[in-house]
Write a protein that binds this ligand. Structure first.
Ligand code: ZN
Length: 136
């Protein structure tokens, strides 16, 4: 079951510059950063009401985020839904004809379990399913 939008993720070239912009220009509360080696990104977290904004900076040239920035110049990368059970949600979406990029959950920031649906199933939008680490 989808509970809510957890975060909106944005790919950036220069994390320090963008952290300053989101904190000082938008005035959002900066919550810190985390390196996620499994996805080869550094993530900066901001609070925007009940939703987080996550800025993603690639750690390496072979990061999927590097490829995205090369192709599109950065910008909106994905929208993340919080789900109660990521494995059950993968199965449910597949049974409804959604093509999943991840058929098995993998590790995201904060120890969450995540899976991505293929953007071609949703008019080009990349949706992430996220089960909170403390809920598993
Ligand atoms: Zn995400």
């Amino acid at each position: 079951m989808i509970k809510k939008i957890d975060h909106i993720a944005i790919a950036v070239r220069n994390l320090q510059e963008e952290i300053a912009r989101y904190r000082d220009v938008l005035g959002l509360t900066f919550l810190g950063t985390e390196v996620v080696p499994e996805q080869k990104v550094t993530v900066a977290f901001f609070q925007a009401g009940d939703v987080h904004i996550e800025l993603l900076e690639p750690l390496a040239a072979d990061s999927p985020i590097s490829a995205f920035i090369e192709k599109k110049g950065g910008g909106l990368h994905h929208v993340s839904f919080e789900v109660d059970d990521v494995r059950a949600q993968i199965d449910a979406l597949q049974s409804r004809g959604v093509q999943m990029l991840d058929r098995e959950p993998r590790r995201g920031a904060h120890g969450a379990r995540i899976a991505f649906a293929h953007p071609k199933s949703f008019s080009g939008v990349l949706y992430e399913l996220q089960q909170k680490g403390d809920a598993s």
